[in-house]
Design a protein around this ligand. Structure first.
Ligand code: ADP
Length: 253
């Protein structure tokens, strides 16, 4: 047996307490729904490549399948397995970021050579799409960032600019120091994002055009990881876009 002594509450205070409990219960309900939606999205995203893998493995092993077709089906199986691997890796990173066991190891990074190095990495993919990347960055800029994690941010944004643009368009990266803060803008001349979708594009698994985005190899997790990484650096990211004119992401550190 034990007793708990509660302070005597007046009717006003009881009323306030009741209100707080209602707000809490509502928040819990929202969290529960978000969690369910997230789990439903994961199941769906995992099931899509698995369906292809199972389907093509079944046909590939039939004795009547000729070697040429078998080769083609195995190619699809390898590709879909790759997508699954990427998805699992990204989910794992997100889980680590959520529980804050995702260390950000900042160091002073000289930005011009850092951006040049990243651009060199993406240039074969951009050339394939006949796209040009223009970089504007003063030579005397340095930032305290985790070079490995931040590379993931920039490469993700460049890759999106490539995926959602037509050939013969450009990407512009502009790095500048404004009021003691580093501003990085990444602008493309691509298909843009409709205004009603803009507030949601940093959400996990949110995609404007699901089938097209999936065909381009997207997981729908890229931008949520980008945002989380930028915030882990103490920065912020914003997006502006006009359909068929282009999209601009701005990171402020
Ligand atoms: P995905 O893996 O599908 O690319 P992201 O989280 O990186 O997922 O992006 C979410 C969605 O935002 C994309 O599916 C796409 O519809 C839209 N999007 C992202 N970047 C751009 C861009 N530069 N231009 C147009 N749409 C974009």
């Amino acid at each position: 047996d034990f007793t708990v002594s509660l302070p005597k509450l007046g009717t006003d205070e009881i009323g306030e307490l009741g209100e707080s409990i209602k707000v809490l219960a509502n928040d819990l309900e929202i969290l529960k729904n978000e969690r369910n939606e997230f789990l439903a999205s994961i199941s769906h995203e995992l099931r899509t490549p698995l369906t292809y893998i199972k389907g093509y493995a079944d046909i590939a092993r039939r004795p009547e399948t000729n070697n040429e077709d078998r080769e083609k089906y195995l190619g699809i199986i390898v590709e879909e397995t790759g997508k699954l691997a990427t998805l699992v890796k990204e989910l794992f990173n997100l889980a680590k970021m959520d529980e804050n066991t995702f260390p950000i190891e900042k160091e002073e990074v000289h930005l011009l050579p850092y951006f040049e190095m990243m651009i060199e990495k993406v240039s074969p993919a951009l050339q394939e799409n006949r796209m040009i990347l223009h970089l504007e960055c003063p030579d005397d800029l340095y930032a305290q960032i985790d070079p490995v994690r931040f590379e993931q941010v920039i490469l993700n944004l460049i890759d999106n600019a490539r995926k959602y643009s037509e050939p013969n368009t450009s990407i512009f990266i502009d790095v500048a120091l404004i009021n003691e803060r580093i501003h990085m803008t990444l602008k493309d001349e691509g298909k843009g994002i409709p205004e009603e979708d803009l507030p949601r594009i940093f959400e996990r698994f949110y995609r404007v055009d699901k089938s097209r985005a999936r065909a381009l190899g997207g997981t729908g997790l890229g931008l949520s990881i980008v945002k989380q990484l930028v915030e882990a650096h103490g920065g912020m990211i914003e997006v502006t876009s006009s359909p068929n004119i282009g999209t601009t992401f701005e990171i402020i550190l």
